[in-house]
Design a protein around this ligand. Structure first.
Ligand SMILES: [Zn+2]
Length: 331
């Protein structure tokens, strides 16, 4: 057989399909580790396991186990953590909500040693932005702000197609933008941060501290006379039923979001504000008011569209896998 001939059925090298590029993304939270597998950028599988409540080694071993249990090997693992990371040293700076000591922990290096696979590390709000900007609600725009409303408020910024990362990985920490200098003290030490208005815990906290619980028949009924804990989900239910205290709590959150988003919109020429996280399910209660706040500044900022996130709880893991694919792809 000459060099130009080949066995029947075999493709010439140039026509052979490339091997599938498969990346695992994990989103490590205080109660669960959510994971997703992207094959050539397409979601192939997703799931979650409980976060081991022992120490950081047990958490990293649990991540390696997720990879080991997959039917196909992965080219890399993207890891999203609920805290700031050092992008150069690929270490976590400080993570208060995970078991063990994550201060200055070489997460990527340690996980690479356990899993035998390259690892890329990022903050969970930045992972949310990677998912929404690459294939979600902001896939068609160049510049956007991304906010996750949950227990806290996380944020990230994409400018001209790039998700911004600083040396301290704190670009886009919108949860701690002050919206009321005389407001409540925030866990960060600041006063009147966006997080003290627009997080799920801020909304619940506000109604728990005021007299609303005693005066609102709707909230009394929804919490079965106060025997069940008040949650943001129940408050959203009460607001939709017309309860004035619940509506006020969401209006205050929306006003704070509108103010913070306008501030960022005035600084950066944004196309969109994408809002996700646990409170995404109550988007009908605050999105129109946030849009109205942005529209009020339209002559200075141009149009900025407020959008509900495309992804749900899987956003962080999809974003982590997307980030790993972008960072770890060699060819
Ligand atoms: Zn703060």
């Amino acid at each position: 057989m000459s060099a130009t001939e080949r066995p029947e059925g075999a493709l010439p090298v140039a026509e052979q399909p490339l091997p599938t590029s498969r990346y695992l993304g994990v989103d490590i939270g205080g109660t669960s580790i959510k994971w997703s597998v992207l094959a050539d950028g397409v979601l192939e599988d997703t799931g979650s396991v409980p976060t081991p409540r022992i120490d950081h080694t047990a958490v990293l071993q649990a991540v390696a186990q997720i990879a080991a249990n997959l039917p196909n090997p992965v080219a890399g693992i993207g890891v999203a953590v609920p805290g700031l990371v050092d992008p150069v040293r690929r270490s976590s700076v400080f993570i208060p909500n995970l078991p063990g000591d994550w201060s200055d922990l070489a997460v990527a290096e340690q996980l690479e040693a356990i899993a035998g696979t390259p690892v890329a590390l990022l903050n969970d709000a930045r992972a949310f932005a990677w998912a929404e900007h690459t294939s979600g609600a902001a896939r068609d725009v160049a510049s956007a702000v991304f906010l996750t409303l949950g227990t806290g408020v996380g944020g990230a910024i994409a400018l001209n197609g790039q998700i911004l990362v600083g040396a301290l990985d704190s670009v886009g920490e919108m949860g701690h933008v002050p919206v009321d200098p005389r407001g409540e003290l925030c866990a960060c030490g600041g006063r009147g941060c966006l997080e003290t208005f627009a997080s799920g815990s801020a909304i619940v906290g506000r109604l728990s501290r005021t007299h609303a619980m005693a005066q609102s028949p709707t909230l009394v009924e929804l919490t079965r006379q106060g025997t069940e804990p008040l949650t943001a989900k129940l408050i959203a239910e009460a607001a939709r039923a017309g309860d004035p205290w619940a509506i006020d709590a969401f209006d205050r959150a929306a006003d704070a979001l509108g103010q913070a988003a306008s501030m960022i919109g005035l600084l950066l020429q944004l196309d969109a504000v994408v809002i996700g996280g646990g409170l995404k399910r109550a988007a009908d209660l605050y999105l129109p008011r946030v849009q109205a706040a942005l529209d009020a500044r339209i002559s200075l900022t141009g149009p900025i569209e407020v959008r509900s996130a495309h992804y749900g709880t899987e956003a962080g893991s999809i974003g982590a896998a997307t980030f790993a694919r972008a960072r770890l792809t060699t060819s």
